[in-house]
Design a protein around this ligand. Structure first.
Ligand code: PMP
Length: 399
């Protein structure tokens, strides 16, 4: 029985955390994990989240089932957070928004919906590189995926010409995945002008944009700035799909709370879409979990808590920005021969250092610093206590 099931490979990122945990050296540093840490290296509970939990507890709420699509106070608030006050879709009620199992669940549900109901070319174009789970999700549901040029290793920046060239070669009606902000793993985002160009090329090619927004607020510390691309694409008339996650920007990793939105041409289409997404949800998990969604909803719908949250997000983003600066100064200050401006040019939780696999191996073996083989570091794992040690180690393996 089950004899034909082969052993699967372990998850790369979670494997790094396992190796880190086994290491007994007191100097060890985990730069692999994609979760925010405070300056003491500890998981961070946002004060606004704590307050929302207190409010909810005092309300003595019951534990009945949520509606299949999630509670409307949640879905309305999260759609507004992403699309903004002036969103035509929200004004005209032409969006179809459902609660999802965090960002991953939104991507899976959205892409599975595509395989069943999309009338265009069922083919997803992913940036090169992208988050490792994107191609895995496609493989699991037999959705073909291809890559478009995104990161330029020479400049450590965005390859606008390469991306535009590749988009013009995509079959009309295919789907493009875009990281809305704080691209994982590179930390490289298109600038506003570049987003405008991308929007035009994508529109000309009649490609459907699917935004993955896992880090709203984490890139610049401002949730409206970070929603620039999503709002621009809506304004320009794209019928975007959108996956949202509240893992990072509210520190609600384990609560698994997110949302999936489709922008539809009219209310009737939105209603039909909603009916089909609900059928899909019903057969996978029936209806969503309530706790995380209540916290998010409380924060977004209570003006005082909302203000508190905005400053909590900014505080996290600012700590990351200041760690980038200290790391860069630490490496350059040691007279390192390479250029390190990309550490501070890139944004969000991750930095694509440009370290080669053998240098990464030395960091881990000699210095007990853990990161993925592609040289990506989670800047959230750096603190005022270890930044000098990490800078020294990177300097040593690169000079
Ligand atoms: N997309 C990207 C690009 C991510 O980095 C992540 C988190 N690592 C996610 C989606 C989804 O994360 P979650 O399912 O925890 O919300």
């Amino acid at each position: 029985f089950w004899g034909g099931v082969p052993m699967g490979p372990p998850d790369v990122i979670l494997g790094i955390t396992e190796a880190y945990k086994r290491d007994t050296d007191p100097k060890k540093v985990n730069l692999g994990v994609g979760a925010y840490r405070d300056d003491a290296g500890k998981p961070h509970i946002l004060p606004s989240v704590r307050k929302a939990e207190e409010n909810l507890f005092n309300r003595h709420m019951n534990h009945e089932y949520a509606p299949i699509a999630g509670d409307a106070t949640f879905t309305n608030a999260v759609a507004k957070l992403a699309l903004g006050e002036d969103s035509p879709a929200l004004r005209n009620k032409t969006n179809c928004t459902v609660q999802s199992l965090s960002g991953t669940g939104a991507l899976r549900l959205g892409l599975e919906f595509v395989t069943k109901h999309y009338g265009g070319v069922k083919e997803l174009w992913l940036p090169n590189p992208t988050w490792g789970n994107h191609p895995q999700i496609c493989n699991m549901i037999s959705l073909p995926h291809k890559k478009y040029r995104y990161y330029d290793p020479k400049t450590h920046g965005f390859d606008l010409n390469g991306a535009c060239e590749d988009i013009t070669k995509m079959p009309e009606g295919s789907i493009i995945l875009l990281h809305a902000c704080a691209h994982n793993p590179t930390g490289v985002d298109p600038k506003p002008e570049e987003w405008k160009q991308l929007s035009q090329v994508i529109k000309d090619q009649k490609v459907l944009p699917f935004f993955d927004m896992a880090y709203q607020g984490f890139a610049t510390g401002n949730v409206d700035n970070d929603a620039f691309a999503v709002r621009l694409f809506e304004k320009e008339g794209h019928h975007i799909m959108l996956a949202q996650s509240f893992a990072k920007n509210m520190g609600l990793y384990g609560e698994r709370v997110g949302a999936l939105t489709f922008l539809c041409p009219d209310q009737e289409t939105a209603a039909k879409m909603m009916s089909q997404v609900k059928i899909m949800i019903r057969t996978i998990y029936s209806n969503p979990a309530i706790n995380g969604a209540r916290i998010v909803s409380e924060i977004l719908n209570n003006p005082e808590l909302n203000q508190m949250w905005l400053s909590d997000v900014k505080e996290m983003a600012d700590r990351i920005i200041s760690m980038r600066k200290e790391l860069r100064d630490g490496i350059e200050g040691r007279g390192n021969p390479q250029k390190w401006n990309h550490i501070t040019d890139q944004i969000g939780m991750f930095c694509y250092t440009g370290l080669k696999p053998n240098q990464v191996e030395r960091l881990t073996k000699e210095f007990h610093i853990y990161l993925t083989k592609d040289g990506r570091i989670s800047v959230a794992g750096i603190s005022s206590k270890n930044v000098d040690y990490v800078a020294e180690a990177i300097h040593k393996v690169t000079s």
